[in-house]
Design a protein around this ligand. Structure first.
Ligand code: RAT
Ligand code: ZN
Length: 412
């Protein structure tokens, strides 16, 4: 295989592989309006709102009191008309519109809105998934979400393409409020972690894992997460979550590094980042070899340590370039580092899409970068005299875009 043929094989394999998108904030269509899509939702994405506020002078509250359509117009004006839209989140909107066949150079928001008004949600989901090359979408599902919970409780016919992930941030990070909720929902819990309370919280997780057919449990953690410690969060992890995950054979996904509400006036856009103590996480992984941990970290500074951790603990699977790391410069750096230090037993990317149409740009942008890094790696192999076959390349690419995640989870 010549260099050019090798490059073409790798690029084709990456461009066409059907992706398992293992972490999003999208919903099965049965959740109705919770599944966001269309130009206004693309524009009020919190990644863009944070950028728009850097130019807007109006008070935060004034912006939030406006209807979504007006907010979208303000973001469009600040980020697309008054300045060139070069940030990753801005460029993403244009990549998406372009892939849908829309003419972005006209800068015609009313025309874009008209086009989206004519889309029918059911067909549009398929269209976006096909354009993105996404086969399965993992949702983020919280029993603590008042809009979401009743849908699960009433039951609905599942769309097979959407898988559930049970999100438990409130349980671990705001136990006082969460315990009151559990009591309201009929679980016999008190605010102190008595044996009775522990077993009732396990029942809560069991009920919701079954109800959702959850594929993993998930939490985001602050930068100062400490382990071991006798605090409530640690006790709940040790005595409730990890035993539950072992019993149900479910991985526990950790997303450490988010400092929530650094600027509360920005609402959803107000969270920040901080470096975590990797030793604390290593200790957690080391003490629980029978648990599986999916891990993505928010701080760039933690990425190298995380790769080393994955080399030490086979119960750890690295995934995604999360949120502030989901920009081309860092995706490239992190993907190269992961492949060089860990090899192919990682899932380089997830989309974290909150708006359906975003899967188009998130995957297009990431595929280009991952392909570039892979071409470089196979080329380095070729120079040693090793000849990767077409089938081997296809196998490896499928591993990176979903199969390795499934193998790790025991779901392949
Ligand atoms: O990336 C995001 O949209 C963030 O707001 C978070 O939702 C983050 O991805 C998370 O899952 O906590
Ligand atoms: Zn997320």
């Amino acid at each position: 295989m010549t260099r050019a043929v090798l490059k073409a094989h790798v690029e084709r394999a990456v461009a066409t592989v059907q992706v398992t998108d293992i972490h999003t904030h999208l919903y099965d269509p049965a959740f109705g309006d919770l599944l966001l899509w269309g130009i206004d939702d693309l524009l009020v994405y919190h990644y863009l709102v944070a950028e728009a506020f850097r130019y807007m002078e109006m008070p935060y509250d004034t912006f939030w009191a406006l209807p979504k359509s007006r907010q979208a117009e303000l973001v469009w004006d600040a980020l697309f008309l008054q300045h060139s839209p070069i940030s990753e989140a801005c460029r993403g909107v244009l990549t998406t519109l372009n892939a849908l066949g829309l003419d972005v150079k006209k800068r015609d928001l009313p025309a874009l809105r008209k086009w989206f008004r004519n889309q029918k949600p059911d067909r549009y989901i398929t269209r976006c998934m096909e354009a993105a090359g996404v086969r399965e979408i993992y949702m983020t599902n919280s029993p603590f979400d008042d809009q979401e919970r009743p849908v699960w409780e009433n039951g609905f016919k599942r769309d097979e393409r959407f898988k559930a992930a049970l999100r438990i941030d409130p349980l671990l990070l705001s136990w006082n409020d969460a315990s009151k909720k559990l009591a309201e929902w009929g679980y016999k819990v008190s605010s102190s972690l008595t044996p009775k309370t522990i077993s009732q919280v396990r029942k809560f997780l069991a009920d919701w894992s079954r109800r959702m057919d959850a594929r993993y449990l998930m939490v985001s953690l602050p930068p100062d997460f400490a382990y071991p410690s006798l605090n409530t969060c640690n006790r709940l992890i040790e005595e409730v979550v990890l035993p539950h995950c072992r019993e149900f054979n479910l991985p526990f996904a950790l997303m450490p590094g988010v400092r929530r509400q650094v600027n509360p006036q920005l609402c959803l856009a107000g969270d920040g980042v901080g470096r975590c103590d990797m030793m604390a996480l290593n200790e957690l992984f080391s003490r629980h070899p029978d648990n599986k941990f999916l891990v993505t970290m928010l701080s760039r500074e933690n990425q190298h340590e995380l790769c080393v951790t994955a080399r030490k603990f086979r119960n750890v699977h690295i995934f995604g370039c999360w949120w502030f790391t989901n920009v081309p410069a860092l995706i490239e750096e992190m993907t190269r580092m992961r492949l060089e230090l860990v090899g192919l037993s990682v899932t380089p990317q997830h989309s974290d899409a909150r708006v359906l149409d975003q899967i188009i740009y998130k995957w297009k942008h990431s595929r280009e970068i991952i392909a570039r890094v892979l071409v470089e790696k196979y080329e380095q192999l070729r120079l040693t005299g090793w000849r990767p076959t077409r089938e081997e390349i296809q196998r490896d690419v499928e591993a990176l875009f979903g199969n390795e995640f499934k193998r790790f989870c025991g779901q392949s």
